[in-house]
Design a protein around this ligand. Structure first.
Ligand SMILES: Nc1ncnc2c1ncn2[C@@H]1O[C@H](COP(=O)(O)OP(=O)(O)O)[C@@H](O)[C@H]1O
Ligand SMILES: N[C@@H](CCC(=O)OP(=O)(O)O)C(=O)O
Length: 362
């Protein structure tokens, strides 16, 4: 049976788009565009998150290695992004499709207004059958301002757009139950929501041009599946991988989703970098929040508050050992919250509808 996804985010990793010598693999890009065109013609909405700007820049200009590495990356990315989007535009044009360039930074997820502006832009593009081609704005995103990698970005976009599925194309057939190079290892076909300990089989090894590696990919996939979006990790180098994946006719790892989270919860999940206050909760509160019953955070379970926040700010919840367990929107400010610490029968600091729990910690 075909997978009945209406809105799909497809992320293509650096190493899928790049040849051994680090330059863009134009034949492969053309084949992927043909596959996306086929999916579009089935009436599906496609959002493409594509790496490859730096590699494309390297095909335009050769630069001496005496220059600063960060500045050189900015140089390659700025000239390369032009080349990359032109390549996509020409290739999609041959299928009578129009694509658009959307470059984003971590900062664009910083508050609800920016987030909604970005979401509205995708909305109008999709309404006009345009294929958004998204990449990090590598020209201004440097060092600590960067996303971990484009997997993180693709997860945020899939969550923001309430996609039915996120397909991550890498240079492996999926997540193996051991070292992918070991002939005894096999691809894990399905990862259910309860499973989150990937450390047993994922090595820190990355592909030649990859940034985050399989560990960050797995954590992202797990988090996105917890928001209700199916995630597939498949091999972008396999012939016809995309239509075959939708026909369930190709090897891949599928992270099965839980029930869809609300738009507000999905936004809160993407806002950790912009949390204003830190609220420490006790073990009883941690367990109550992570039970299957919808539970709000009451002052009785709070043991400490650091950093000021206002009503409506995103606040971070940490457990007794300081590990982040979730995020939520404050129902009142930090002064009032401090007064109520440990008290019974008081108004919830975070209402369940505005609470997101980190799937790694429960
Ligand atoms: N258990 C595993 N299963 C699959 N890949 C793994 C595993 N452990 C480590 N990896 C490595 O993760 C790499 C893919 O991640 P990454 O380099 O970030 O790719 P991309 O550029 O596609 O994002 C693979 O090429 C592989 O070397
Ligand atoms: N944004 C960068 C690529 C970032 C990156 O390497 O991400 P990934 O493909 O997930 O390893 C570029 O376009 O060159």
């Amino acid at each position: 049976m075909d997978l009945d996804y209406k809105r799909i985010v497809i992320k293509i990793g650096s190493n899928v788009l790049t040849r051994e010598d680090g330059l863009p693999d134009l034949e492969r890009i053309a084949h992927l565009v043909t596959q996306i065109a086929e999916i579009k013609k089935q009436g599906k909405e496609v959002i493409l998150v594509s790496s490859g700007a730096v590699a494309s820049g390297k095909s335009v200009l050769s630069v001496s290695d005496k220059f600063d590495a960060v500045a050189t990356r900015q140089l390659f990315a700025s000239i390369g992004q032009v080349k990359l989007i032109n390549t996509y535009s020409e290739l999609f044009g041959t299928h009578d499709l129009v694509c658009a360039q959307v470059l984003v930074t971590k900062e664009d997820f910083r508050d609800r207004l920016h987030y909604l502006n970005m979401k509205n832009c995708f909305g109008i593009l999709l309404q006009h059958q345009v294929i958004p081609v998204v990449n990090e704005n590598d020209v201004i995103s440097v060092t600590e301002l960067m996303f971990t990698d484009n997997d993180e970005l693709a997860g945020l976009i899939a969550s923001m757009l309430n996609a039915d599925a996120l397909i991550v194309l890498s240079n492996v057939d999926g997540i193996y139950n051991g070292n992918p190079k070991d002939p005894g290892s096999e691809v894990i076909p399905r990862i259910d929501p309860g499973f989150n300990d990937f450390s047993a089989f994922i090595t820190t090894q990355k592909s030649q041009f990859g940034r985050g590696g399989m560990i960050t990919k797995s954590h992202m996939a797990h988090k996105i599946a917890q928001l209700g979006i199916t995630v597939h990790i498949a091999n972008g180098k396999t012939t016809d991988v995309l239509p075959r994946l939708l026909r369930q006719d190709v090897i891949n790892t599928c992270f099965t989703p839980v029930k869809k989270a609300s738009g507000k919860k999905r936004w809160i999940a993407s806002s950790e970098n912009y949390a204003k206050g830190i609220v420490q909760i006790n073990e009883g509160a941690r367990q109550a929040l992570s039970s299957s019953k919808a539970t709000s955070l009451l002052p009785v379970g709070i043991t400490g508050i650091s950093q000021d926040f206002k009503k409506g700010d995103i606040i971070k919840l940490v457990d007794e050992s300081g590990v982040t367990v979730g995020l939520g929107i404050a129902e009142y400010n930090s002064d009032k919250a401090v007064e109520l610490i440990g008290q019974k029968n008081q108004k919830a600091l975070i209402h369940y509808d505005y609470l997101y729990l980190n799937p790694e910690t429960y």
